[in-house]
Write a protein of this length. Sequence first.
Lengths: 181, 181, 181
Amino acid sequence: MPTIEEQVAELKSQFDAMNNKTPANKLAIIAFSGDLDKALAAFIIATGAVAMGMEVVMFFTFWGTPILRDKNKNVGGKDTMGKMFGTMLPKGPEKVKLSKMNMAGMGTAMMKSLMKKKNVASLEEMIALAEELGVKIFICEMSMDLMGFKREEMITYNGLQYAGVASFLAEANDSRVQLFI
Amino acid sequence: MPTIEEQVAELKSQFDAMNNKTPANKLAIIAFSGDLDKALAAFIIATGAVAMGMEVVMFFTFWGTPILRDKNKNVGGKDTMGKMFGTMLPKGPEKVKLSKMNMAGMGTAMMKSLMKKKNVASLEEMIALAEELGVKIFICEMSMDLMGFKREEMITYNGLQYAGVASFLAEANDSRVQLFI
Amino acid sequence: MPTIEEQVAELKSQFDAMNNKTPANKLAIIAFSGDLDKALAAFIIATGAVAMGMEVVMFFTFWGTPILRDKNKNVGGKDTMGKMFGTMLPKGPEKVKLSKMNMAGMGTAMMKSLMKKKNVASLEEMIALAEELGVKIFICEMSMDLMGFKREEMITYNGLQYAGVASFLAEANDSRVQLFI
């Protein structure tokens, strides 16, 4: 039978081990969608979580990637496929469309004017707010490669990182809340 | 060196602190989608979780919001935009369409008749079951405002709350499972 | 006032109770979507998580179900509805289409050739890799029944299980990360 001191020491070490496994007060979002409505939802949730004291990481992948292109940055030297993706995918948050009721752009335009009237921040403003609040952004390296995007054409964002799925999973595994949007 | 009594007291207080941070046996769902298939999935998961002893909170936002309109309630006094959204978006669970194979409504009708034949509950029945089981429903205030919906046109549901993203995040942060549907 | 021994015993039992409630180092994915891009994302995340030491369970439901049909297996004896679903839904991973830019199949074909060129594994290869890595796959019984699929027409996959939502929820509730894709 261990002494009481040994029992307490053992309990302490078990407790510390569990404490190390406990996820941080963090939200991890996979921003997969290229739709305006889902991108807005992702940023509303992300900035709301920071306001509540949570740490937030967003991982932009697949159709979410072109949302973070900078409309004022142009790069050359792309191959045919890269040029095609570059032309067909939205160039930055202002070009992103609604998933429903887009109606050849009219629905998206209406929604934007409505958001302005109702004092809901635009996607561009949301990104700026996220940066100010310290939301971490990861861009998926595989998506960049597949779509032929170059780093020089992406937005300037404090602390922006290019990362693989493993880096994101490490964050997700240490977070209390995870969402695939 | 603290006495054994002091060590135990310290361990107890650390343990209590961790216990307070441990998420509840709860499922938090963001019901973003306005598609019949996704709404069904959300309610099947929600009611299944209650049956397993979990607490469940659903947050209806964006296209998920009109699912909770009551087809028998009509309200006046909407502005032009509100009238447009009111007309274009489905009025309640019976009007919601499949995301795929809708085929001008035929696919949705077929799926519904098939569900009936296979004894799968309809979306209307699922909502009633969720209410009976005590699934908590939050409706996003921002979506209500954007789409011009009024509280008087939404379904009657026990304990229904209108809430912002912060209220939902507080629930999600205290839940073991979170899903964006 | 309990003795110090009693206090330590009580703390131990509270600690054990909490330890039992602590979720496993596991990822639970609901593979709802029938889109190539989302299915790829699901498998990239799943296999990446195994590589990081996590256990992974995928639950294929609704449009995700036909992805796991085997193109070389044919079954008879279906009713009219079952035949219709059988014809209209993709027969296995090679027939799955992009959610965006499908452009009558051209976009999907281009994306596949691009993935090959960039050494990104195809969906078929991903499924084989997942099997090799021990990713657990559950197929939703209700979806099988609704779509009229028979077990004999699904892929051969080590440890494949047919399960209801309750079995999946039990896994999700014991996992650190959950995603609805």
